[in-house]
Design a protein around this ligand. Structure first.
Ligand code: PRX
Length: 655
């Protein structure tokens, strides 16, 4: 892992210098807040006892746990001896408590169709879908892959898996066939649940043909269950494929939830790392339920009447933790919107908030910046007075975007919670508490109660307030990843080897004189595009996969809307013509191999790449070139003329 702290550190330090405004919580909010400052004290006295209390209070156990934490660094087990079913906790117990007619999800399709799903509906639909999985031979422990648009059957499919103890792996619907196949093959899934397609920006996005292409190279898949979203028919492979409505609708509405061990695998979610091979991040049941449900209630101040909208896609961890498991465990009423924020116009979100009286909104800075770009007239045309808490996640939020969010969406009153976490952490770890914390625009503020985060220098020594370095976590937490699927050594190496005894998140951070945490972005070769992690290596591999490419180097450059944009430098094979048409073709090739999210925004053909004498590509210099900065240290460069040649070409990058 190459670590270049001074690079990433620059912009956010400037932010800190510029931004001195503070926003204390309103007294009225504090008086009614779910989370009071006393929970910090309780957690600090004994963090294991703190999580034990929460686990006993919040979870309905089939068998209560005996031991709160078994910590054999870096392997944690939480709540051992306990048995539970997470769907019982997320659905059935609410119906039993009389909340059957409470809305679990208001679903809005992009074309304007809507569905309302109550907790009683959810119980029925999840049970039927679980029975369908049993019918096709899925048993406890079998992996099930899910590749779907944002339709109600997506959370239903996840819960159906969890009901019978079959771990799911959801693959974001924007990923390519190849990405889907790689994930299915890594975990050996037996069944794939997908849909004919979904709506995006007024277009039908066909998922089934990607699924078919993927399944052509996934020998473990025996059955493909297909939801009919578009109503236009799809090619169905005899015996292998079955329509959801044909198999699910005729099932019994009763399917007893299967109690599983606290540490039973709940799901795998693949995420980019510094190599080309995505990592199957492994989450288990009880600790994940405790962590997501408690943080959800405390950080968003969830009350029974709230209408909560997390606008992420369920295919990412934010959707898993804060659209599905956390909110449902808390009997929340949620909103799910299928489509794009600009369809049919840039006020779609605000119209949804007005119509459904959304009171809590959780979204990514990239969305906020896109809204900023189109102007405050769109939110101003709607009544957003129902909003009382706003959240941000996925990347550092720049102070301007924070202030715009505060003023134009929160009408100057709703507290903003800037929540730092990762696929690996499962739950939010650094965040304000809305009734407790005085916020500063651009800062994720402080570790959540029970979490010990620190900022260390290259030797793992804690950096005093006012300094910057690497963000680490020094204690286990209930929703933490339990490993990388099938590769314990890679788990240890990736997260626990850089600083012995500490979890290294891969992010740079700074703490100000008052101890506030300011996240500074990734310090490894992972880009953050619109809040999504994409590894430079993965994009490079996709480029080199094309027959005309000899070598490539990819860097993330600053982008006004998406935070970072992908900039690819490409060396062609001899005899290939560096024509514009080829640049377009290569960008499309990456979109085809990984998915549109990884399509390079810029692509430049170069005769050579700046390398050290040992042959390592100097990405730092490429970033300098791409962002038009004066070059940093070039003394280790093997051939100094290379960068000059590239620089002369920068104006010619394809966009
Ligand atoms: O770099 C951090 C950034 O997103 C990374 C985690 O990405 P992923 O696993 O895809 O999960 C995203 C949603 C939880 C982190 O390592 N990140 C996430 N939230 C923030 C953030 N950076 C700054 N501030 C945040 N609030």
């Amino acid at each position: 892992m190459s670590v270049e702290p001074s690079q990433g550190a620059q912009p956010a330090i400037e932010n800190l210098m510029d931004e001195r405004r503070v926003f204390p919580p309103a007294a009225e909010f504090t008086a009614n807040a779910n989370a009071q400052s006393s929970i910090y004290d309780e957690a600090e006295r004994d963090y294991v006892a703190f999580w034990e209390r929460i686990a006993r209070d919040r979870v309905s156990w089939d068998t209560p746990f005996e031991t709160t934490l078994e910590w054999d660094l870096p392997f944690a087990k939480w709540f051992t001896g306990g048995r539970l079913n997470i769907t019982y906790n997320c659905v059935d117990r609410h119906v039993e408590a009389g909340l059957g007619s409470k809305v679990a999800y208001h679903w809005i399709g992009e074309p304007g169709d809507t569905r309302t799903i109550t907790y009683a509906d959810l119980q029925r639909e999840v049970s039927k879908a679980a029975n369908a999985l049993l019918e096709v031979g899925v048993t406890t422990g079998d992996r099930v892959a899910i590749y779907m648009p944002m339709i109600p059957e997506l959370p239903i499919a996840m819960l159906a898996c969890a009901r019978i103890g079959a771990p799911h792996t959801v693959v974001f619907g924007g990923f390519s066939a190849e990405a889907l196949a790689g994930r299915i093959n890594d975990c050996g899934a037996r069944v794939l649940i997908t849909a004919d397609g979904g709506w995006r920006r007024g277009n039908r996005v066909n998922l089934k043909h990607h699924a078919d292409e993927a399944v052509a190279s996934t020998p473990t898949i025996q059955k493909v269950i297909v939801v009919d979203r578009l109503g236009q028919g799809a090619h169905m492979v005899p015996r292998r494929d079955v329509w959801w409505h044909d198999i699910v609708d005729r099932q019994s509405e009763h399917c007893p939830p299967v109690p599983v061990d606290s540490e039973h695998m709940l799901y795998l979610l693949y995420t980019s790392g510094t190599t080309a091979k995505p990592k199957g991040i492994l989450h288990t049941t009880a600790g994940y339920l405790v962590g997501t449900s408690f943080t959800h209630e405390a950080i968003f101040d969830l009350k029974p009447d709230d209408v909560y909208w997390c606008a992420a896609d369920i295919g990412w961890v934010t959707g898993h933790s804060y659209i599905v498991y956390g909110p449902l465990a808390n009997a929340a009423t949620g909103v799910i919107y299928e489509g794009a924020p600009d369809t049919p116009t840039w006020d779609r979100w605000w119209q949804i908030i007005e119509e459904f009286k959304v009171s809590i909104l959780y979204c990514a800075p990239t969305a906020i910046r896109a809204f900023m770009k189109h102007g405050p007239q769109f939110p101003a045309a709607h009544d957003l007075s129902s909003l009382r808490v706003l959240g941000s996640v996925g990347e550092p939020i720049n102070p301007e975007a924070w202030l715009w969010y505060h003023e134009h969406i929160g009408r100057g009153t709703a507290p903003i919670v800037d929540t730092w976490w990762q696929t690996e952490t499962g739950m939010i770890l650094i965040t304000p508490l809305p009734g407790v914390t005085t916020t500063k625009p651009g800062s994720a503020t402080f570790p959540f109660p029970g979490i010990e985060a620190d900022i260390v220098d290259g030797d793992g020594q804690s950096v005093p307030f006012g300094g910057g370095g690497y963000l680490v976590l020094k204690r286990p937490w209930p929703a933490m990843l339990r490993g990388i699927y099938g590769d314990p050594e890679r788990y240890r190496e990736t997260y626990w080897s850089r600083f012995p005894g500490m979890y290294f998140a891969g992010d740079g951070a700074k703490r100000d004189e008052e101890g506030y945490f300011w996240l500074l972005g990734r310090v490894d070769d992972v880009m953050n595009v619109a809040g999504h992690r994409i590894s430079t290596t993965e994009v490079e591999s996709a480029l080199v996969d094309h027959r005309s490419v000899a070598e490539s180097a990819v860097v993330g450059v600053k982008d006004e809307v998406s935070g970072q944009a992908i900039y690819a430098f490409v060396i062609l094979k001899t005899g290939q013509d560096p024509a514009d048409a080829l640049a377009v073709q290569l960008r499309e090739h990456v979109a085809y191999v990984i998915g549109p999210i990884a399509r390079p925004k810029y692509l430049m053909f170069v005769p050579d790449l700046p390398k050290t004498r040992s042959g390592k590509i100097m990405r730092r210099l490429l970033r300098d070139i791409a962002e038009g900065r004066t070059l940093g240290d070039t003394t280790t460069l093997a051939d100094a003329t290379v960068v000059e040649t590239i620089r002369e070409n920068t104006g010619k990058a394809e966009e």
